[in-house]
Write a protein that binds this ligand. Structure first.
Ligand code: ADP
Length: 437
C-alpha cells in the first residue's frame, strides 16, 4: 500500500489525484489507515483547513479515525444511541450541511470556525453508516472533491466492515461447527460406553441366571436324597418307628418339600429369564387337565375344609398349548386360593370365547382379598402383600411372577379382580392357538 507521504503534495489535476487516491484505497484494508489517507488527500487537494473523520467502533460509539488541524479531538467519543446529538444525527444526512460555530458541540471546541458535515454513506435500518467527515474549508465554498472523497471512502469502509462482519460470522460459524463436532463425538463416546455397559449387564445377568440354575440343580440333588431317605424311614423300611420319631421325620419331610418347591421356583424363573424353558405344544382337553389339578391338590383341599368345585362350559374346544405350563399356572393359582381362603368356597371355572378365540380359566375364592394398592406389585419377583418377617402366610413371592411369565410364553396373560375381605378372582386368558404354532 502506498504511504500517505507518497501522495503528490502539490495540487494536481483532480482526475489524477482521484485516481491515485482510488488506487491507494484499493490496497488498504485497515479503516484507520484509509481515513488517514483521506484526510491527507483532502488537505493536499481539496483546500481544507481542518478535517475530522469519525466512524462507529465495536462498542457502538462514534470515535475519531483521523484528523488534521484539530488538536485535542482524539478523545472525542459519541454514543450512537444518543440519536439527538447533532453529529449522531448527521450520520443520516444525505447532503453536506454547514454547522455554524454556535451549533458546535463542546467536544469540537478546538474548531475556529463552523464546518461542513458529510455522512460517509447510508446503511440499512438499525445499522450505523460507515462514518462521518467534518470539514472546514479554506474558503467559504466546499470543493466538490470533498463530496467525491466522502462517497468513495464511505463505500470502501462499508466493504471493509462487511468483510469484517463476514470474517466474524465465519469464525462464529466454524466455532459452532467445532462445538457441534465435539458434542457429536462426546455423544458417540457415551453411546459406545452405554453399548459396552449393556453388553456387560447382559453378560452379568446371564452369569447370574447360570449361577442360580447351577446352584438350584446342585441343591435339588441332595435334597431329593434327603426326602427319599425320610420317606423310606416313614414307610418303615428299617423297621417301625416310635411316634415321636415319626413326628420329627414328618416335619423333616414337609420342610424338605417346601424347600424343594422354593428351589424349583427359582430354577423356573432363571430358566425363563435365560430363555431355556422350551415350549412343548400339543392339543389337549381342559376338563381332564383341571381334574388333574384338583386331584394333585386333593390333600390340601381336604385339609382346608373349603367347598372346592369345578365348572367347565360344555363342549369346550381342544386347547393347543403347552399342557404342562397351563397346568403349572392353574396349580399355582389354586394353591394360592387355598392358602389365602379361610372359609367359604373356591371355584375353578373354564369357558371359551368364540369372538376372541380365547379360553378364560378362573380361580375364584372367597378369601382375604388383595388391596388395590398391592395388585400391581404382587406380579413382581419375591413380592408379597405381607413382606414382613412375621408374616402369617408362607411362600416365596415367586409363584405369580412365574405364572405371568409362563402365560406370556403361551401368548396369554393372567388378570386379577379382588376386594379386601371379599375374595379374589385370578384368570388365565389363553389363546386357542398360540401365535408361534
Ligand atoms: P407366594 O404365594 O409364594 O407368596 P405369589 O407370587 O404366588 O407368592 O403371590 C404373591 C402374593 O400375592 C402373595 O404373597 C399374597 O400376598 C398375594 N396373593 C396371591 N394369591 C392370592 C389370593 N388368592 N388371595 C389373596 N392374596 C393373594
Amino acid at each position: 500500500m502506498p504511504s500517505i507521504a507518497a501522495l503528490p503534495t502539490h495540487p494536481a489535476p483532480s482526475s489524477e489525484a482521484r485516481l491515485a487516491f482510488s488506487e491507494l484505497l484499493l490496497g488498504c484494508d485497515d479503516a484507520r489507515a484509509c481515513a488517514e489517507a483521506a484526510v491527507s488527500w483532502l488537505v493536499h487537494h481539496a483546500q481544507v483547513e481542518q478535517v475530522l473523520c469519525l466512524a462507529p467502533d465495536e462498542s457502538d460509539s462514534l470515535v475519531p479515525l483521523a484528523s488534521y488541524g484539530m488538536p485535542g479531538v482524539e478523545s472525542v467519543v459519541l454514543a450512537l444511541h444518543e440519536t439527538k446529538h447533532p453529529l449522531v444525527e448527521a450520520l443520516q444526512w444525505s447532503e453536506p450541511r454547514w454547522i455554524a460555530p454556535s451549533q458546535l458541540s463542546p467536544e469540537l471546541s478546538p474548531l475556529r470556525r463552523g464546518l461542513f458535515s458529510l455522512s460517509l454513506g447510508r446503511a440499512a435500518p438499525g445499522i450505523p453508516p460507515p462514518g462521518l467527515l467534518l470539514v472546514t474549508p479554506a474558503s467559504s465554498e466546499l470543493s466538490p472533491d470533498v463530496g467525491w472523497l466522502a462517497g468513495h471512502l464511505g463505500s470502501h469502509l462499508t466493504r471493509l466492515y462487511k468483510g469484517r462482519q463476514l470474517t466474524r460470522l465465519e469464525a462464529a460459524s466454524s466455532e459452532l461447527a467445532a462445538r457441534v463436532n465435539a458434542a457429536t463425538e462426546e455423544l458417540a463416546t457415551q453411546n459406545e460406553l452405554l453399548r459396552r455397559q449393556a453388553i456387560q449387564l447382559e453378560q452379568a445377568s446371564a452369569a447370574k441366571s447360570q449361577f442360580l440354575a447351577n446352584m438350584s440343580h446342585e441343591l435339588r440333588t441332595p435334597l431329593n436324597a434327603i426326602l427319599g431317605y425320610t420317606n423310606m424311614l416313614l414307610q418303615g423300611v428299617n423297621g417301625e418307628l416310635p411316634p415321636p420319631q415319626r413326628r420329627s421325620l414328618s416335619r423333616i419331610d414337609s420342610n424338605g418339600r417346601h424347600l424343594l418347591e422354593i428351589i424349583n421356583e427359582i430354577l423356573d424363573i432363571t430358566r425363563i429369564e435365560a430363555g431355556r424353558m422350551p415350549l412343548h405344544l400339543s392339543e389337549f382337553r381342559l376338563p381332564e387337565l383341571l381334574q388333574e389339578v384338583t386331584a394333585e391338590l386333593d390333600p390340601i383341599i381336604a385339609r382346608s375344609k373349603l367347598a372346592v368345585s369345578t365348572q367347565v362350559e360344555p363342549n369346550l374346544p381342544l386347547v393347543h398349548s403347552d399342557r404342562q405350563k397351563v397346568k403349572q399356572i392353574v396349580v399355582n393359582l389354586l394353591s394360592n386360593a387355598l392358602k389365602f381362603t379361610h372359609e367359604g368356597s373356591i371355584q375353578v371355572k373354564a369357558r371359551y370365547e368364540v369372538a376372541t378365540a380365547a379360553f378364560h380359566i378362573s380361580v375364584v375364592d372367597t378369601g382375604i382379598g388383595i388391596d388395590p394398592s398391592h395388585q400391581e406389585r404382587i406380579w413382581e419377583d419375591f413380592q408379597q402383600v405381607d413382606n414382613s418377617p412375621t408374616r402369617a402366610y408362607g411362600g416365596t413371592g415367586l409363584g405369580l411372577s412365574i405364572c405371568r411369565r409362563l402365560a406370556a410364553m403361551l401368548d396369554g396373560r393372567v388378570s386379577l379382580e379382588s376386594a379386601v375381605g371379599q375374595g379374589s378372582t385370578f384368570t388365565l386368558h389363553l389363546p386357542r392357538l398360540p401365535r408361534r404354532s
